[in-house]
Write a protein that binds this ligand. Sequence first.
Ligand SMILES: Cc1cc2nc3c(=O)[nH]c(=O)nc-3n(C[C@H](O)[C@H](O)[C@H](O)COP(=O)(O)OP(=O)(O)OC[C@H]3O[C@@H](n4cnc5c(N)ncnc54)[C@H](O)[C@@H]3O)c2cc1C
Length: 373
Amino acid sequence: MGRDAAMDGREQARGQVRAPALTHRPVPLAIVGGGAAGLFAASVAASRGLGCLVLERKARIGSKVLMTANGRCNFTKDISAERMLADIGEPVASFAARALRECPPSMVAAGFKARGLKIKRMADGRLFPASGKAADVVHVFGDQLRDSSVPLLVNCPVTGIQPMKSGFIVATRSFTIWARNVLVATGGASFPKTGSVGDGQEFARRLGLKVEPLRAGLVGCETDDAAVRSMAGARFEHGASAALLVGGREAFRAEGEVEVEPWGLSGAAIYNCTRHAARHGIAAFDIAISTPEGAWTVRRPRMRPLKEAIVTMGGVALDEIDPETMESRKVPGLYFAGEVMDVDGPTGGYNLTLAFATANLAVRSIAASAVER
Ligand SMILES: Cc1cc2nc3c(=O)[nH]c(=O)nc-3n(C[C@H](O)[C@H](O)[C@H](O)COP(=O)(O)OP(=O)(O)OC[C@H]3O[C@@H](n4cnc5c(N)ncnc54)[C@H](O)[C@@H]3O)c2cc1C
């Protein structure tokens, strides 16, 4: 018997167990951001047995998810992936096609249902938690991560991502983590109090990736039109539509809610018009409103600022990322998911679905490359 084996025998006899040898190993996946995309990514990683941890800037996870649809969370829409892609339009549709086909709305809904979420379907197919509480969606993630022992570091803003010979160093204010792969899921730059302040876009820029200018996507628009302002408080839920007029011609039309605010117009139909204008670089437009109670045209409204937008347009340029894997083309092992990229969709559950589907594809790709290695 060798000396070590004899020692083991004596320790075991005394009821002592030797600690395993300490080795310095990278975490297979560090997820930066505990919002919609980051939480979905962690849940996919946990179900595939891929070791990961989540670093979240704020004191709690899912702050923006909690405010979606006025706290009710329209988390997806009961339509096919193909229909969703058609509604999203180019250039995002081509980029997100693989992600959405692999994780269509039916799979998103089935995943939440399997984890105990009761779901309410609206006549137009939008899906919400039956409780009417976005917190239930966040709890699904929180419960799964707890049950799978996925480490969640809150109050933990990541300050830098440094590629190394092997993996990455992910830096926070007080420590660093060695990660084999990094998923940047830091969101857009609207409603910054939710924690999405544009950090991921800045990390990408520092790593030499092109970032498209950040601007408001789905947002209300302001007008000085006294007739509109005099209707402040009016809300047209059914039978309303808005048309984007460019040079007097209809460039885009959206059915849906129209609300008159003290400063101008909001509601789904207006948001979808401003998204179209932002995506196509249309700065000067009119909006023609049609409601069961009348029709009117608002001349040259101004889009409200990015900080109030439901979605951020711009972000990491789509041609920097492989749409088959969500991996950076320039920095192997660096992945992106959600609004940090230049992806956006209309209102109606499209943006959360895009965050979930891109996160799913990124993690599946990472898990597959871990097996290959
Ligand atoms: C008012 C409002 C209503 C909406 N309603 C809907 C809706 O009903 N349906 C729908 O589909 N979409 C809706 N959206 C859009 C949807 O919420 C977003 O598209 C989605 O949350 C994007 O997911 P994400 O993970 O990319 O970003 P986020 O959910 O914003 O998550 C990003 C996370 O990263 C964290 N983070 C940022 N920087 C760092 C850092 N340096 N280190 C660590 N963590 C960091 C942030 O704190 C945040 O928690 C709504 C948005 C708003 C603002």
